[in-house]
Design a protein around this ligand. Structure first.
Ligand code: PEP
Ligand code: MN
Length: 338
């Protein structure tokens, strides 16, 4: 439910609504907009009489039910776009962010060369995994803290904020010391305790859609983070499992466009994992932006053929640089800039 306050309602009137909510063990989540102040009501059980009860409070304009199961992330609660600020890089709104870098951090030379090249080409953030969720336990699973240190070194030199995955609750403190954005991988989208833990950090969170998750489940996972008082969630469509085997996954661009309608959170797309093939990355990157994505995250590597993970879907640094003017052109067609 949302409580819409009258324009010019006082802090005291807001407090009295919040106090009544607390009496019912409910929490009020404040949304201050340019035109109206809204209180989002969240909690386990909203008494059926509460809606009418609050409508009689002075300063309350109206109360409305939120029809979706997710509340805080819903556009019904907050019609305007949320902009997530990552060290000054604004995700959402007018900007089309480009996050680029290798699947895994492999060495100092590899990450530094990539960081310099993608920055030069116009990327706004650097990605790279230090803790890698791999289908086989016998493949490269990341450099761990050493990888985080190399990412921090790349940020120091290039100024690019870093996006890196955290896989377990135990690693949240460690990864949070180095990262600017905590990535929750597709396989962990429904690890609810991990979602709450990253929620408690207050840091920007990049939430990948699960391989078989519905859009509603994905948004409910985002709700877990925001329910901890952390509004800084960036959603990422990264392809889903379908009957099709010709590509690694199927990019669900419906999900990008629909999520933008259903939630105020920024939505980006990952055509690297979405397709699994480097030569499909440019067309799907452009299509994602055309579908309304607030940005893209792309795997790029100085020597994709020798990459220790996901080489087949990684762009060479040259191909990444060739893609960037096209990204800028499609973004410009939609009134956005890179
Ligand atoms: C990745 O970004 O390298 C990754 C493992 O992504 P996902 O969780 O989407 O598979
Ligand atoms: Mn990868």
């Amino acid at each position: 439910m949302i409580v819409v306050m009258q324009t010019g309602s006082t802090q005291e009137q807001i407090e009295s609504v919040l106090e009544r909510l607390a009496e019912y063990d409910l929490r009020g989540h404040m949304v201050y907009g340019a035109e109206r102040t809204v209180i989002g009501v969240v909690g386990a059980a909203i008494p059926p009489t509460l809606k009418e009860e609050l409508e009689h409070f002075t300063g309350v304009k109206e109360t409305l039910r939120i029809t979706q199961p997710y509340k805080l992330v819903s556009r019904e609660l907050r019609p305007m776009d949320t902009i997530v600020d990552v060290r000054g890089v604004k995700v959402g709104g007018e900007r089309c962010v480009v996050i680029a870098g290798p699947c895994s951090v492999e060495s100092e030379e590899q990450i530094m060369a990539t960081a310099r090249a993608v920055r030069e080409a116009g990327a706004s953030m650097l990605r790279g995994g230090a803790f890698k969720p791999r289908s086989s336990p016998y493949t490269f699973r990341g450099l761990g803290e050493q990888g985080l240190k190399l990412l921090a070194q790349a940020r120091d030199e290039t100024g690019l904020p870093i996006v890196t995955e955290v896989m377990t609750i135990n690693d949240v403190d460690l990864v949070a010391r180095y990262a600017d954005v905590l990535q929750i991988g597709a396989r962990n989208m429904q690890n609810y305790q991990l979602l709450e833990e990253v929620g408690r950090t207050g840091m920007p969170v990049l939430l990948k859609r699960g391989l078989s998750a519905t859009i509603e489940e994905w948004l409910l996972s985002a709700e877990y983070v925001t329910a901890q008082g952390n509004p800084n969630v960036i959603l990422c469509e990264r392809g889903i499992r379908t009957f099709e085997t010709a590509t690694r996954n199927t990019m669900d661009l419906n999900a990008v466009a629909l999520a933008k309608r259903r939630t105020h959170l920024p939505v980006i797309a990952d055509p690297s994992h979405g397709t699994g093939k480097w030569y499909l990355v440019p067309p799907l990157a452009l299509a994602s932006i055309a579908a309304g994505a607030d940005g893209i995250i792309i795997e790029a590597h100085p020597d994709p053929d020798r990459a220790r993970s996901d080489g087949g879907q990684s762009l060479s640094l040259e191909n990444f640089a060739k893609l960037m003017p096209q990204v800028a052109a499609v973004a410009a067609a939609l009134g956005k800039h890179v």
